[in-house]
Ligand binder design. Structure first.
Ligand code: SAH
Ligand code: SF4
Length: 357
């Protein structure tokens, strides 16, 4: 989690208050200095040591010598035609690129954050899977996506309402950093952002779902399901060869038994593959075991993929089959396709290094 910049200074942002106090004790700074620094960074969202005015100049010099503030350079900002979706491209300290998406509905703002650069899971329908996997993001880099966009909204007198881990990467393959970033955002000396307003979406890493079941009972869980049939699901999502539908289902039943939380199932509608009438009935059969919300996502086209989006009529028919059987279901409106910011379209392009977009 601890990241160092080129001068081997410690990235200060990814520490929770207790860790910060312990580190400060080793550097000649006081415990109350840690509280002050934590307040500047995580409550006031100020990322310039010189602006920490309640800390003496002498102590600020120590800070500058030992610690670095995260390097997150805002490279570009695209806004969809309907203005509801905004995509931010960030450059990290090692010059790698990530994307975050802000989705707005009236004054309600949801941030879709990335947890990794690329993704090792390799789902066949997903743009992120086509880029090279580089590494996990550290807690500081996850937090910075939130803080940057929170500061952007602050200028309009608005603020974030929800955070979903549905950007680039598989959050359950970067579990510790994802949970640490949520804990810091949740802390009452920081943003005091309720755990209930976070959703982690996973392709279904069963051992980590089991760990999550033991560790957390407030953060929302979303499962990328897309089919309840092993042959189809394995074709779409190679992770299903390791953790089959039955095993996933058992882990989720256990999760729900322990936490009593409603589960969200994401289900991409792909033409001629998983959205015929029989698929709806098989899905409902699977859902019987759960208190859940089903989020139907019309497939967002990704260049070079052999899949297509079903017609609006077919999407509606699938939705109605579920709705009529009292399934709690929503049909997601396609948003942000014009700026490649819709689900599964995130792919921070290396060409941008040359200024091409
Ligand atoms: N890795 C995590 C979270 C990021 S993906 C996961 O897979 O759950 C966020 C969501 O976008 C997932 O439900 C994923 O299946 C979906 N998605 C990926 N590619 C898509 C595409 N081309 N069209 C629609 N949804 C897509
Ligand atoms: Fe990774 Fe999620 Fe894309 Fe699958 S859908 S490749 S798990 S980011």
């Amino acid at each position: 989690m601890t990241a160092t910049d080129t001068k081997d200074k410690i990235d200060i942002l990814g520490f929770n208050l207790e860790k910060l106090q312990n580190i400060f004790a080793d550097t000649g700074l006081k415990k109350f200095n840690a509280n002050q620094v934590y307040d500047w960074l995580h409550n006031k969202l100020v990322f310039d040591f010189d602006k920490f005015t309640n800390i003496s100049k002498h102590d600020r010099e120590i800070l500058k010598k030992k610690f670095a503030l995260p390097k997150l350079v805002h490279r570009s900002h695209q806004i969809s035609e309907d203005r509801d979706t905004e995509k931010f491209l960030f450059e990290l300290k090692d010059r790698r690129l990530i994307e975050s998406v802000l989705i707005s509905h009236k004054n309600r703002h949801t941030l879709c954050v990335s947890s990794q650069i690329g993704c090792l899971i390799g789902c066949d329908f997903c743009a992120t899977a086509t880029m090279k996997y580089e590494r996990n993001l550290d807690a500081s880099e996850i937090l910075m996506q939130f803080y940057h966009i929170q500061n952007y909204l602050k200028e309009k007198n608005e603020k974030l309402g929800n955070v979903v881990f549905m950007g680039m990467g598989e959050p359950f393959l970067n579990y510790d950093n994802v949970i640490e970033s949520i804990n810091i955002l949740n802390s009452d000396k920081g943003q005091n952002f309720s755990k209930r307003n976070f959703t982690i979406s996973t392709s279904g890493i069963v051992p980590v779902i089991n760990k999550f079941t033991e560790d957390e009972n407030q953060i929302n869980l979303a499962i990328s399901l897309h089919s309840v049939k092993d042959d189809i699901r394995s074709e779409l999502m190679p992770i299903n060869k390791t953790y089959k539908v039955k095993e996933l289902k058992e882990a989720l039943i256990n999760y729900q038994k322990k936490t009593k939380n409603r589960i969200t199932f994401e289900y991409i509608l792909i033409d001629d593959l998983n959205c015929e009438t029989k698929d709806a009935f098989e899905l409902m059969n699977f859902l019987h075991s759960f208190s859940c919300l089903v989020n139907l996502i019309p497939y967002n086209p990704v260049a070079g993929k052999p899949y297509s989006t079903p017609s609006k009529k077919k999407q509606r028919e699938f939705y109605t089959l579920l709705k009529d059987k009292n399934v709690n279901v929503t049909l997601r409106e396609t948003k942000g396709q014009d700026i490649a910011a819709a689900c599964g379209q995130l792919k921070a392009k290396k060409e941008m290094d040359n200024g091409k977009q």
